[in-house]
Write a protein that binds this ligand. Structure first.
Ligand code: KG4
Ligand code: ZN
Length: 355
């Protein structure tokens, strides 16, 4: 079976073709970062206009790079939430038009579930059951979720961010530090030159103990952002001669985020065989290394999504549909954008097929 995946939930316009395996035949992503950079974050109006302009060409390139005829495609899978309403609508319109015109089956995909499944793509295309049950951490620009994935592929969310997402904390911190957008790569780059112990930033919800109603698996990053703001107010950076101190602050700020993510990802484990790591923030080398080192010292494997499948991409959207996941049996007239689509519980893509 061949699935065409389409992803337009935020500021990446992406299309991919995936065959059984899952084997990624092509994966094309147009990043809109250049268009949003002047504003220090994603502007929904600009994002949807860019999707309108870029989507046809991106889909066309994905089909050509796979070396297939349009007739070879069986299914078109598209993200229908969560995400920006105006961005989701463009991908949905494109997918519906293709379903109607070419007779493809239409499948709606939950963007976060696709991020979770992305750990099993590319070089990681190993039998998922080997890694289960697992703890999973999905960290992106809009979401931070800690999950439990059972042996049968069913998953349930244990905790999430109460305010800013981890990626948002990087993006906002970067703007405060004058490093621009997107913040994750900018902070990571500068942090390499700095001392992560220079400033002790707060670790939100760190000390919550187990128990009913506990925030043990939830995250909060908004206090960290405020602490950075106050630190700079009380210790202003001078113009150019302060590169070193700026690097120390970036490293300490990154350290606070990584410390909380790794601490919570590995807390309260019992029979889990691995920790799965996915989403745009999973590109962070410090997070990947720290999680791996700390988990492996405790005999737990870490399976992090391949770098090319961490950020938003359409291969993860197609792969989910290929395995039998997603919302099926909906006609082009019935599938709507769900900007606040929940990610509380469900079954991973591979489970339907192998159960
Ligand atoms: O998953 P993603 O591409 O889009 C969403 O679904 O949100 O994640 C984008 C987020 C942005 O906040 C970006 O700053 C962050 O991922 N990010 C990083 C790194 N690369 C991207 N955060 C930390 N370190 C990185 N190297
Ligand atoms: Zn994403």
């Amino acid at each position: 079976m061949i699935v065409l995946g389409i992803e337009t939930s935020c500021d990446d316009t992406a299309a991919a073709l995936v065959a059984d395996g899952p084997e990624v035949l092509s994966s094309v992503t147009y990043s809109q970062v250049g268009a949003h950079r002047p504003y220090g974050g994603v502007v929904p109006e600009i994002a949807s206009r860019e999707h309108v302009e870029q989507l046809p060409g991106v889909v066309d390139r994905a089909v050509r790079q796979a070396g297939l005829a349009w007739e070879a495609i069986d299914v078109v899978a598209v993200t229908y939430g969560p995400g920006l309403a105006s961005s989701l609508l463009i991908g949905l319109a494109g997918a519906k038009a293709l379903a109607l015109r070419c007779g493809f089956e239409l499948v709606g995909i939950n963007h976060l579930e696709a991020h979770l499944g992305s750990v099993f793509l590319g070089a990681n295309a190993l039998p998922p059951e080997t890694f289960l049950p697992a703890r999973a951490l999905v960290v992106s620009g809009g979401h931070t979720c800690l999950l439990r994935v059972e042996r049968d592929g069913s998953y349930r969310c244990l905790g999430r961010t109460l305010d800013d997402a981890a990626g948002e904390a990087f993006d906002k911190g970067s703007v405060i530090l004058g490093l621009g957008y997107p913040g994750g790569p900018a902070i990571e780059r500068l942090a390499r030159e700095g001392n992560a112990l220079a400033v002790r930033f707060p670790r939100g919800l760190r000390r919550h103990s187990p128990g009913p109603g506990s925030r043990r698996f939830d995250f909060s990053f908004s206090g960290l952002k405020t602490a950075l703001l106050y630190h700079l107010r009380d210790n202003p950076l001078a113009a150019d001669d302060d590169i070193r101190r700026r690097a120390d602050i970036a490293a300490s700020y990154q350290e606070a985020i990584v410390d909380v993510l790794v601490g919570k990802a590995l807390s309260g484990l019992h029979d889990e065989r691995s920790v799965l790591l996915a989403g745009g923030v999973a590109l962070n080398a410090c997070l990947r290394a720290r999680l791996k080192d700390t988990a492996e010292r405790r005999g737990i494997t870490v399976l992090a999504a391949e770098p090319e499948y961490c950020g938003d991409n359409a291969a993860m959207i197609a792969a989910l549909a290929l395995g039998g996941g997603g919302l099926r049996g909906v006609g082009p007239g019935e599938l709507d954008a769900e900007p606040c689509l929940s990610f509380d519980a469900g079954r991973l893509w591979f489970s339907e097929k192998r159960a």
